[in-house]
Design a protein around this ligand. Structure first.
Ligand code: CP
Length: 319
């Protein structure tokens, strides 16, 4: 949820908990703010003073490579002071709960918390209980808003005509917070057609993705698509793999491969939020090939997080 955005000029609110409440103007604001921040990462001295003197805690209760490191780079490039807390090695291992951990951090006078947590709603739960700004870095099956924003920036760099675009997201839709944030943002931007392609066992629950077309056949799902995003099977969130095809069958029927990309438009781009499982949801040589924008997504991830931190930092400064 974005709060405190009462002005007619778009701005972000105190927290970024998901993309569902954001308007098209707010999404454009983040993407337009991110574009110039890309240049900061190309400088010899990768630093601007935007968040000098501010303290940001990265509180990660789940594994992460891209998101945690991109947030840390973004914070450091904006001159904030940062602390990384992972569950392993923290007092969470001794039974301390989320709110007690956060209140102890507050007692040390922090300004912002970036949180990843396995429970859907954890970021909102925290935002309701502490005065610091809270940014959701992925909460259970709910949302991964900065991933959605970096995905949108990457798509916009390829083709900004969202209204005449078909995006196919392929894989484990049911357990994916990445699909949810991408879906929310794409539909807010007026996407022409959004297709969610998966085996029936990994299809989303009815009504969870209003406006999207649910497809269980990859030929139909990828037909004339402009953008194809592969998602991994979220094994850590699946209690029972019954009905999920074995690896070879899955790759043949739902893998984003050279063979299956023949259904998409010839200039279609291939995306993946990472981490990738090559040979399962995506063919390795396709991920490394000219149609792939996967490393561009990672580069954009730093700029988008700088943009979010900058915009939320403005709310922080005015408190
Ligand atoms: N895309 C993404 O969230 O990757 P990490 O889990 O490595 O942060």
């Amino acid at each position: 949820m974005i709060r405190d955005s009462s002005s007619s000029t778009p701005s972000l609110g105190k927290d970024l908990l998901g993309l569902e409440p954001l308007s098209a103007d707010q999404i454009r604001l983040v993407l337009d703010t991110a574009e110039p921040f890309k240049e900061v990462s190309e400088r010899a001295i990768k630093k601007v003073p935007t968040l000098r003197g501010k303290t940001i805690v990265n509180l990660f209760y789940e594994a992460s490579t891209r998101t945690r490191i991109a947030f840390e780079f973004a914070e450091k490039r904006l001159s904030a002071d940062t602390v990384n807390i992972a569950v392993a090695g923290s007092s969470v291992e001794k039974g301390e709960n989320l709110v007690d951990t956060a209140r102890n951090l507050e007692a040390m006078r922090i300004d912002m918390v970036v949180i990843r947590h396995p429970a859907s709603g954890a970021a909102a739960f925290l935002a309701d209980r502490i005065p610091s700004n809270v940014i959701n870095a992925g909460d259970g099956w709910h949302e991964h808003p900065t991933q959605g924003l970096l995905d949108l920036l990457t798509i916009r760099q390829h083709n900004s005509d969202f209204k005449n675009m078909t995006v196919a997201i392929v894989g484990d839709i049911q357990h994916s917070r990445v699909a949810m944030s991408a879906s929310e943002a794409l539909q807010t931007m007026g996407i022409g057609e959004l297709r969610l392609v998966s085996p029936p066992a990994l299809a989303p629950d009815s009504g969870r993705f209003p406006g999207a077309r649910i497809v269980d056949n990859i030929a139909d799902g990828l037909k004339d698509a402009d953008v194809v995003m592969a998602l991994r099977i979220q094994r850590e969130r699946i209690g029972n793999l019954d009905g999920v095809p074995g690896i070879d069958e899955y790759f043949a029927n739902y893998g984003v491969s050279h063979e299956n990309m023949k259904f998409a438009k010839p200039d279609a781009i291939v995306m993946h939020p990472g981490p990738m499982n090559r040979g399962i949801e995506i063919e390795g040589s396709l991920a490394d090939g000219p149609s792939s924008v996967i490393t561009k997504q990672v580069t954009n991830g730093v700029a988008v997080r700088m943009a979010v931190l900058d915009r939320i930092g403005r709310i922080m400064s005015s408190r």
